[in-house]
Write a protein that binds this ligand. Structure first.
Ligand code: FES
Ligand code: FES
Length: 150
């Protein structure tokens, strides 16, 4: 199958139902996307498919053919840069394990909602679990990034 990841084309040999997560990590070597639960419950594996955040642990590779897949390594637009800066400024990560998934969800939110309210942020981020409890800093960083993009 031919996959387009972060603007590059890769040919991969895999079953149709192989999870996108393992293709991205093991076949393509992009290890910024993490494995957490494997059941679409924690958000650690979040990537974008045609700009929409999906749980790559439960997303069959065949469904990604012909689409633009973006991982944490491929984020480079101004929204992503604003989010990355806000994450640093707010010292968001603790252990860091969940953070690539958190950032993928935050960037997707800010691309579609330039002025998110608290309820928008909690709604968009509710599928991303952080065992270190960095939720308040995540929320503050998203607000800072939104303000910097106005
Ligand atoms: S590893 Fe995919 S949602 Fe948890
Ligand atoms: S920073 Fe440790 S799980 Fe989120």
């Amino acid at each position: 199958m031919e996959l387009k990841v972060n603007g590059k084309t890769f040919n991969v040999d895999a079953d149709d139902d192989a999870p996108l997560l393992w293709i991205v990590r093991d076949e393509i070597g992009l290890t910024g996307t993490k494995f957490g639960c494997g059941k679409a419950l924690c958000g650690a594996c979040t990537v974008h498919v045609d700009g929409v955040p999906v749980r790559s642990c439960s997303y069959p590779i065949a469904a990604a053919v012909g689409k633009e897949i973006t991982t944490i390594e491929g984020l480079s637009d101004k929204t992503a840069i604003a989010v990355q800066k806000a994450w640093v400024d707010n010292h968001v990560p603790q252990c860091g394990y969940c953070q690539s998934g958190q950032i993928m969800s935050a960037v997707a939110l800010l691309r579609t909602n330039k002025k998110p309210k608290d309820s928008d942020i909690s709604g968009a981020m509710s599928g991303n679990i952080c065992r270190c409890g960095t939720y308040q800093r995540i929320s503050a960083a998203i607000k800072q990034a939104a303000e910097s993009l106005v």
